[in-house]
Design a protein around this ligand. Structure first.
Ligand code: BES
Ligand code: MN
Ligand code: ZN
Length: 512
């Protein structure tokens, strides 16, 4: 989607749909008109004023109203009033909601020229406002409809919001604002790319199809891509990954994406992003009940986030060198499946007693984390995984659980999550959690009993990171959800992409 920056106020706008942010004054709670809107309204026949006088629209959060000009050939064919609640709380997330409301309505009704009135605040300057609006505009127009015959037939011919212009009053430095918006569009489109991968049906999105998608992203974003499979995995001793993938007709693979970085920064050790890529999780021989299986195509959402983030990192050509590593496999029951009771030797040499084949994510990540550490000696390693139902119970769809061996790193990710409005919440990794996964017959076992399921899973991963600064992000609750938000309609959320970008772009790593 094209996002353009317009300076010169709302009086100049020509659009099929103009979205106007409406906040409530902290003094009397009444909606207040942004600058220039009263004058525009006069040319539209006073329809905005009439709507406000009717009391039908109060400007409260999630209040929406479309009004139609009564004058002939108006510059703006419809006005979408978007309530954002009290003036004092106009933050980046509300700016995203504003633009998402505009692009979502436009997408549903086929309006092509969309404009959004931008309203920077004392705490959110023009660049930050433009970035948040650009993200909202891209995400609000996202639909997963490629398997719907109607949408497919209409195809490219159906009217779509192809460009969204963000309308500012007079801008002092339009170039910086344009740059901020362009970066944000790349980030949000990469998040949409992650959503697409995760929403794809599991009969299409096999481990090798995921690898092909990573290759395609690499081509687009100028990244290196390698895919290790079969004998190459045997040679690495990646028996944990091979064990999990062994039950499926679709073989497992390890996907490696590399962004070399730029300038002096490129000489440093890379940052590493590691993703769980279970393309379908039936539970294996420890088969899931049917109801728990319906959403398990999303079990590669960690991998999707890594591919999305790497795509953006490459496209923005960030200075920081970054590698992305994905353990891709399908967890299926069959005559060649791994079993409860099996003991497998991971690439690191540690032995794993398999007690439950449904705890497969940690098993494949064991090899991915070890490989990443050995191969790249990263400055820091962050894994993303839809790892445990326990995290979903603890934080619901509202928070990503973070744990690891480095508090400074976790704090950076938490702060990046705040900036991106993708909440990251620290959880403990205690010596007791490590003790809970000791096995009587092998080095460790792949389940830690009924207590502290999120943390015992984290401790299992911790067995494979050595002293590399490491954080584990459990996105089981945040990776997908069924409820709608202003820029999400259910299904994959693409969580992690914006947060990781915010983290890497912050550029001040204090964990080392
Ligand atoms: N992919 C699931 C975790 C999951 C569950 C993600 C629900 C999102 C929603 C994972 O592989 C799994 O099955 N975990 C088990 C582990 C248990 C057997 C120790 C779980 O959490 O129940
Ligand atoms: Mn599982
Ligand atoms: Zn799983």
């Amino acid at each position: 989607m094209k996002v353009t920056i317009k300076s010169g106020g709302v009086g100049e706008v020509r659009a099929d749909l103009l979205a106007i942010p409406m906040t409530q004054s902290s003094k009397n709670g009444r909606p207040s008109l942004p600058r220039g809107v009263a004058a525009l309204d006069t040319t539209l026949g006073g329809v905005i004023k009439a709507a406000l006088q009717s009391d039908d629209f109060k400007g409260a959060e999630s209040d929406r109203l479309v009004v139609y000009p009564t004058t002939s050939q108006p510059a703006v064919r419809r006005v979408l009033l978007v309530g954002l609640g009290d003036t004092a709380s106009l933050n980046a997330e509300k700016q995203r909601h504003l633009a998402a409301a505009a692009s979502s309505v436009a997408r549903d009704r086929g309006h092509e020229r969309v404009a959004v009135l931008a309203r920077p605040t004392r705490t959110l300057d023009a660049s930050a406002t433009a970035a948040a609006l650009a993200e909202g505009a891209v995400l609000g127009a996202y639909r997963y409809d490629r398997y719907q015959s109607k949408a497919r037939k209409a195809g490219k011919k159906s009217p779509r919001p192809r460009s969204v212009s963000l309308v500012f009053d007079d801008l002092a430095g339009p170039t910086a604002v344009r740059q901020a918006a362009a970066g944000a569009v790349i980030g949000a489109e990469s998040q949409a790319c992650a959503r697409d991968l995760s929403n794809a049906p599991p009969n299409e999105m096999t481990p090798l199809a995921l690898a092909a998608a990573a290759r395609a992203a690499a081509r687009e974003a100028n990244l290196r891509c390698r895919v290790l499979r079969g004998v190459e995995l045997e040679r690495l001793g990646a028996r944990a990954l091979l064990a999990v993938g062994g039950g499926s007709a679709h073989p497992p693979c390890l996907i490696v994406l590399q962004h070399p970085g730029r300038g002096r920064a490129a000489k440093q050790k890379p940052l590493a992003l590691v993703g769980k890529g279970i393309t379908f999780d039936s539970g294996g021989l420890s088969l899931k009940p049917s109801n728990s299986m319906t959403e398990m195509k999303h079990d590669m959402s960690g991998a999707a986030a890594v591919i999305g983030a790497m795509r953006a990192i490459g496209k923005m050509d960030l200075a920081e060198p970054v590698v992305g590593v994905i353990a891709a496999a399908e967890n299926m029951p069959s005559g060649t499946a791994y079993r409860p009771g099996d003991i497998v030797t991971a690439a690191s040499g540690k032995t794993i007693e398999v007690l439950n084949t449904d705890a497969e994510g940690r098993v494949v990540l064991a090899d991915a984390l070890h490989y990443t550490r050995e191969k790249f000696a990263p400055r820091a390693m962050v894994d993303l995984a839809t790892l445990t139902g326990a995290t979903m119970v603890a934080l619901g769809p509202w928070g990503t659980a973070a744990m690891g061996n480095n508090d400074a790193l976790i704090e950076e990710l938490r702060a990046a999550g705040d900036q991106a409005s993708e909440r990251v919440w620290p959880m403990p990794l205690l010596p007791e959690h490590y003790r809970a996964i000791k096995s009587p017959v092998a080095d460790i076992k792949n389940t830690g009993g009924p207590s502290a399921g999120a943390s015992t899973a984290g401790a299992f991963l911790g067995e494979f990171v050595g002293d590399t600064p490491w954080a584990h992000l459990d996105i089981a609750g945040t990776g997908w959800n069924s409820h709608r938000t202003p820029y999400h309609r259910g299904g994959a959320t693409g969580v992690g992409v914006r947060m990781l970008l915010a983290w890497i772009q912050a550029g001040v790593q204090r964990f080392a």
